[in-house]
Design a protein around this ligand. Sequence first.
Ligand SMILES: Cc1cc2nc3c(=O)[nH]c(=O)nc-3n(C[C@H](O)[C@H](O)[C@H](O)COP(=O)(O)OP(=O)(O)OC[C@H]3O[C@@H](n4cnc5c(N)ncnc54)[C@H](O)[C@@H]3O)c2cc1C
Length: 484
Amino acid sequence: MVGAGPTGLTVAGLLARLGVSVTVLDRYPQPYPRPRAVHLDGEAVRVLQRLGVHERFAAISRPATGLRLLDASLRPFATFRRDTGPGRHGHPDANLFDQPDLEAVLREAVGREIGPVRGGVEVTGVDAGGVVTRHTATGRVERIPAAAVLGCDGADSTVRSLIGSRMRELGFTQRWLVVDLRCPDAGGTWGGVDQVCDPRRAATFMHLVGDRYRVEFRMHDGETDAGLAARLPALLAPWFPPGAPTVLRSAGYTFRAQVADRWRAGRVLLVGDAAHLMPPFVGQGLGAGLGDAHNLAWKLATVLAGRADESLLDTYQAERAPHVEATTRTAVRVGRAMTGGNGLLAAVRRPVVGGLLRLPGAEARALSGTTTRHPPGRWVDRRTRRSDLPGTVCPQPFVDVDGRRVRLDDVLGPGFSLLCAAPADGALARRARAVGARTVALAGSGADRVVTDDGTLREWLAGGRAAAVLLRPDRVVMGVTPGR
Ligand SMILES: Cc1cc2nc3c(=O)[nH]c(=O)nc-3n(C[C@H](O)[C@H](O)[C@H](O)COP(=O)(O)OP(=O)(O)OC[C@H]3O[C@@H](n4cnc5c(N)ncnc54)[C@H](O)[C@@H]3O)c2cc1C
């Protein structure tokens, strides 16, 4: 694993849980301290649940209560309230946190499974047999053998360059100043995110957790990080009492929209920011990396164990790239609507922004219609035309099992599973046996587990005209038995 960012740590933890021996290398001895992600959706937290860190994530995050759009005078012109309870994926749909806190949780949890990250080790070469590294303190060169190499090395990925992959531009570049602050009391925030839709100075303000806040300001051509940072007291004045906030970090970022043209060369694969970059307006960049990790870990583990041929690895980019590109295009549309144009155009766009914007109540809408269904193939059987479930992700309600109330994934287990409202037909049952699926039934007997839920799963199956579904380890529907 090249890179101990959140993506690298997550895929390392998932692989370790599937019995794969993993080493994580990073050029820095300590986690990256600059301000970055502050939001994860429920689907991303579901991936953290696979690592067993969702409760610790809950302790360092809080559900967001909604989104307000403000005009240039900071008057709200639209408010979108967000339910803070568990959503479709069994966790709140919008969660605010501070990325270094998440990285600390991941380092500790993953470290317990695979040992500590090897920091101060820079990867300079890669081939089918492993990586070449340089110890940053001593300059010593070392070759580390590996059966597979995952480039989780972020936006300026060395592994990406080494395999000859190039970033494809999706046409968006903006510079923003991102500021993290501590303030004992900012004077009663409402629990959600404020988005200033002012083309002269678009801005975002949000209370994260405890006394932590994030404010972001769009920078204009000719402005420098230092120049805008010097004006922070005036820029922050509307949000905080005078002298109250302490600036913890302030950094200029160029937000880009790019997707790598090639995510794999043999057993060298790109994951997370190494494979794609998106502006943070829908809060999905890191979530996309965790989604990559979830999609890839079981595939790589299966191939390494000799239970599938290498072609399974081809499905990784085929499944993830269309989704990531669609999400990135949504983020670009939202960013442009929020920040672009003066006068009438900006006024017309404002209500549109409301339906799209980053975070609470919003990104579900932002992404509905863009979340792609995985393409058909050996691992997504879409030949049953009556059901449109294959290639989509199963919801995660709470279920009752043996007198306990747990989230569905905890019952489904780490591998494949056959989820049945009625018996599976012969073909699906054979397929399930071949991949060693655990059977989970919504009623009856003879299954490995019988669960009852609040009706979510029956409704989902009935809506997709399915009696039973075979789920892959990443909870994507692989095949169905059609229902009535
Ligand atoms: C201002 C800002 C706000 C954001 N807000 C959100 C948000 O709200 N929600 C969201 O989901 N996402 C957000 N993002 C995006 C999110 O932060 C990134 O997608 C995420 O950090 C990417 O994680 P990663 O593990 O892929 O890469 P990184 O976190 O960049 O980690 C890469 C690691 O690889 C190491 N490395 C690099 N090269 C080498 C090498 N040659 N050898 C060894 N190690 C190497 C680096 O040291 C680093 O530790 C935001 C980003 C920014 C900049």
